[in-house]
Ligand binder design. Structure first.
Ligand code: MC0
Length: 146
């Protein structure tokens, strides 16, 4: 079951300037930052309401760290903006497998490491009406389940 919108990924050229825009305009503060080398991004997670029990959702601001990264490629073609949406689930493996059985291309054979220790996979945007879609099981949910 997909239980919530975990985050919305937003591609930007300058992470620090974009973080400052969200702080000054909406009052959103940075909850977490990291570099994900495998994905080729530097990111800032801005937490939006919710609670500590996993109910929060996030804006994920993404700046490419490599010219050959997927986000750099996307920015060059589209400019800044919404890059993907991510649905939260307690079981990314089962969810990905069920969706694959429906004929949607799941991009990874096995889930990979995402933000804040989560496990993630992606669905091809061409199979999702133009929306790059991520499935994510957060680290908190992972440790509660196992
Ligand atoms: C590409 N396309 C998109 C898109 N990216 N459509 C909607 N939203 C996007 N974000 C479209 C292109 O416009 C193109 O359509 C077609 O898909 C093929 O794209 P491409 O530019 O030729 O690029 P490919 O085929 O090399 O790669 C596309 C693909 C790739 C979706 C497979 O971007 C990918 O593997 N993405 C998943 C990983 C990712 O995005 N990581 C960054 C976030 P036309 O009509 O022109 O053919 S990392 C992250 O988010 C982590 C840290 C986390 O959440 O924890």
């Amino acid at each position: 079951m997909l239980t919530r919108i975990d985050h919305i990924g937003i591609a930007c050229h300058d992470l620090d300037a974009t973080v400052e825009f969200y702080r000054a305009t909406y009052g959103f503060e940075v909850f977490h930052t990291e570099v994900n080398e495998e994905q080729g991004v530097r990111e800032a997670m801005l937490r939006i309401n919710g609670t500590d029990d996993g109910g929060a959702s996030y804006l994920q601001l993404l700046e490419p760290v490599r010219e050959d990264s997927t986000v750099a490629k996307w920015l060059a073609k589209n400019g800044e903006g919404v890059h993907h949406i991510a649905f939260g689930t307690a079981d990314v493996d089962t969810e990905a497998s069920d969706i694959r059985d429906k004929g949607v291309r799941v991009l990874y054979e096995e889930p990979r490491r995402g933000s804040m220790g989560s496990r993630i996979t992606f669905l091809h945007p061409k199979d999702c009406h133009g929306v790059l879609t991520e499935l994510v099981t957060s680290a908190a949910v992972e440790s509660a389940e196992h």
